[in-house]
Structure formats: structure tokens, C-alpha cells
Design a protein around this ligand. Structure first.
Ligand SMILES: Cc1cc2nc3c(=O)[nH]c(=O)nc-3n(C[C@H](O)[C@H](O)[C@H](O)COP(=O)(O)OP(=O)(O)OC[C@H]3O[C@@H](n4cnc5c(N)ncnc54)[C@H](O)[C@@H]3O)c2cc1C
Length: 142
């Protein structure tokens, strides 16, 4: 198996493929910049969320959160120092104008159906929780 690009997706595919008991082949990851200086992975804001509009995306992200929370179980070296990446669950806030309110509600229903701990907030509730935010042109938040 040849994987081109060794950032988060390439490395994840290689790692999880190698862990499979039914995988017996070789895996080679080719990366043109091993410093990862310009990869999206390095440049990302490193945030993770569950507010998606499909079950698949929610479950992929839920798996990722579990992996990050139990990183030692996945990537720890026996006898090595504990892996600490200072994971902070800050949460995401999606905002909608009147035009986007329906989509926000639709996605919220999907998220709740899959046990995502998310709240649908009115402009008044947004103002109460985030008094610094201008909410006059908003129809809701998630
Ligand atoms: C500014 C910014 C902020 C973001 N914030 C978030 C966030 O907060 N949360 C989130 O979940 N996502 C975020 N993303 C998206 C996330 O970073 C990407 O979806 C993810 O990193 C993509 O990973 P990847 O491995 O597919 O690609 P990349 O990280 O871009 O890696 C691709 C790798 O392939 C290598 N490569 C490319 N072509 C070749 C070739 N021909 N030969 C050899 N190697 C090659 C590159 O050098 C690179 O290392 C953000 C993205 C950006 C740009």
C-alpha cells in the first residue's frame, strides 16, 4: 500500500491499516515535506466538533475525540511518559441569520438524534450567554 501524503489523513490511514489483524501487506507513506510546515494539519486551528449534518461525520468526529482523550491507549509506548497534548474542549458556536435558521434547526435535530450534547439558542439566549456579541441580526445559534 502506497500512501501519498503523511499528514493527519495519510498517517491515520497508515496507522489504522497497520493495526488491522487482517492486514498483512507493507505500507509506505511518501511525504514531500517531513517538517509538515505547510500542511493543512499543521496550519489548522486544531479544533474538533460534533456539530455536523450527517451521522457519519458525527461518528467520525466522536471517534476522534475519544482517541484524543485516551491518546495513551492508542499511541502510548509501554513504559514511556504519558502523552499529554493539553486537549481543551472549548466547544463550537454556530450562528444563523433568518436565512440559515431552518438549516440550523435541521442539523440540530440530526445531532440530538445522535446524542450530541448541543443546545439550540434563541437570540435572547445567545445575548445572555455571550453579552459581548451583537445578536440583533441573528435568528439563532447552536
Ligand atoms: C487554516 C486552517 C484551519 C483549519 N482548522 C481546522 C480545525 O480547527 N479543525 C479541523 O478539524 N480541521 C481544520 N482544518 C482542516 C484540516 O486541517 C484538514 O482537513 C486536514 O488537516 C487535512 O489533512 P490531510 O492529511 O488530508 O491534508 P494535509 O494536512 O494538507 O496533508 C497533506 C500532505 O500531503 C503532502 N503531499 C501533497 N502532495 C504530495 C505529493 N505529491 N507527494 C508527497 N506528499 C505530498 C503534503 O506535503 C502534506 O503534508 C483547517 C484547515 C486550515 C487550512
Amino acid at each position: 500500500m502506497l500512501i501519498v501524503g503523511g499528514a493527519i489523513v495519510g498517517s491515520s490511514v497508515a496507522t489504522f491499516l497497520a493495526r488491522r489483524e487482517d492486514w498483512h501487506g507493507r505500507i509506505v507513506v511518501v511525504e514531500r515535506d517531513p517538517s509538515y510546515r505547510t500542511s493543512s494539519t499543521t496550519l489548522s486551528a486544531a479544533s474538533i466538533r460534533l456539530q455536523f449534518s450527517t451521522e457519519l461525520n458525527i461518528e467520525i468526529s466522536r471517534f476522534g475525540i475519544g482517541l484524543i482523550k485516551h491518546l495513551d491507549d492508542w499511541l502510548g509506548v509501554p513504559g514511556g511518559p504519558p502523552l499529554n497534548i493539553d486537549f481543551v474542549e472549548g466547544g463550537y458556536l454556530f450562528l444563523a441569520s433568518a436565512a440559515g435558521r431552518q438549516i440550523l434547526e435541521h442539523n440540530h435535530a440530526i445531532q440530538r438524534a445522535h446524542d450530541v450534547p448541543v443546545a439550540l439558542l434563541s437570540p435572547e439566549e445567545l445575548h445572555t450567554r455571550f453579552p459581548w456579541m451583537e445578536t440583533g441580526d441573528l435568528a439563532g445559534g447552536s
